[in-house]
Design a protein around this ligand. Structure first.
Ligand SMILES: Cc1cc2nc3c(=O)[nH]c(=O)nc-3n(C[C@H](O)[C@H](O)[C@H](O)COP(=O)(O)O)c2cc1C
Length: 335
């Protein structure tokens, strides 16, 4: 049964295929992780989630979705992040971090920057980024990757989904630039490409690197799964290793969501690109997760809100599926 089978991605060996995706907790002050974050992530590791991803972490002070997001724009942020890493490792899980810039969706940012001066919903309008500001963001992702490495993370994920800065550049709904960062597919991809190269300069090649994408923008003129396949096939496998498939967020529409609603997207990305693929979206059921892996809809399954509701769900899943897994020895009498 794949769900509880080990998987190796570069030098990261996971004990199962269960992933906690990045989820903002809006509980940091000045970007610093604190006791809450350590307890929150370590509890999910005790519950035997194989790979835990620390929430969207801002690479610049103006890159958080709110001022309460985690940050990684200074060396001082490294130490508290390393506390999370060490506690998660204690339970034998691996830990990643999602590096992010929220672009025009950075509510508390000043200046609020984006590829084009078009507001998201009723948020205030961003200013169009100068070339210097683009270079500054690329450098910030690079510095963030160096700090993530120093903090001891196993996996790094570039946030290119949900209508945040990199996604804003990719999307024809939010990028109206006429310079080399806009227009054609290649132009809209330019920021992502530069960020990948910059991050890889610091994030050692033997460590897995992922990108989170929105496979559909749920708009007739927005990006569609086939466009993401085209974009991803321009990226060298081995430079990037993992694609974490999500959807939406560039414009303010709520998709029709139902259990497994994004697994069709991850299946397509898995079939048509050379990367390891994470899929999920309202997967709350052990059998559905197991079947999705057996049916090649993904290589790993993420569980977001379920992991918030119930940090111990993998223990229950293993019992439901009749899989023998290791419990934290302190909890074995509860088995
Ligand atoms: C409270 C909360 C915060 C989230 N923050 C992030 C985030 O920081 N980065 C990200 O890529 N997705 C974020 N997401 C989306 C989740 O990673 C996940 O894709 C989504 O919840 C769908 O999975 P689920 O149905 O299993 O919850 C967030 C979701 C929730 C519920």
């Amino acid at each position: 049964m794949k769900l509880f089978k080990e998987i190796e991605i570069k030098d990261m060996k996971l004990k199962n295929r269960i992933v906690m995706p990045p989820m903002c907790m809006y509980s940091a002050v000045d970007g610093f992780a604190n006791d809450f974050h350590v307890i929150h992530y370590a509890t999910r590791a005790a519950g035997q989630i194989g790979l835990i991803t620390v929430e969207a972490t801002a690479v610049l002070p103006n890159g958080g979705i709110t001022k309460d997001d985690l940050g990684i724009w200074s060396d001082d942020h490294i130490k508290p992040l390393s506390w999370i890493v060490n506690r998660v490792h204690y339970f034998g899980s691996k830990i990643g971090i999602q590096l992010s810039h929220a672009g025009r969706k950075a509510r508390d940012a000043n200046p609020k920057i984006a590829p084009s001066p078009i507001p998201y919903g009723d948020l205030t309008s961003p200013t169009e980024m100068s070339i210097n500001q683009i270079k500054e963001v690329v450098e910030a992702f690079k510095a963030g990757a160096k700090r993530a490495y120093q903090a001891g993370f196993d996996y790094l994920e570039i946030h290119a989904a949900h209508g945040y800065l990199i996604n804003e550049f990719l999307s024809p709904l939010s990028n109206f630039r006429s310079d080399s960062y806009g227009g054609s597919f290649e132009g809209r991809m330019q920021l992502l490409k530069e960020v990948i190269i910059a991050v890889r300069n610091e994030w050692h090649i033997e460590k897995p690197l992922g990108i989170r994408i929105s496979a559909s923008e749920y708009h007739q003129d927005g990006l569609k799964p086939k466009d993401l396949v085209e974009i991803l096939n321009k990226i060298t496998p081995g430079v990037v290793d993992v694609i974490n498939v999500s959807s939406g967020g560039v414009i303010n529409v709520k998709p029709d969501s139902y259990p497994g609603y994004q697994l069709g997207f991850s299946k397509k990305i898995k079939a048509e690109t050379p990367f390891f693929v994470m899929g999920g979206g309202l997967v709350n059921d052990a059998r559905m997760a197991s079947d999705a892996l057996e049916d090649d809809e993904a290589d790993l399954i993420y569980f977001g809100r379920l992991a918030l509701r119930d940090p111990y769900f993998p223990l229950k899943f293993s019992q439901r599926l009749g899989a023998e897994i290791e419990w934290p020895k302190q909890y074995v009498r509860a088995k």
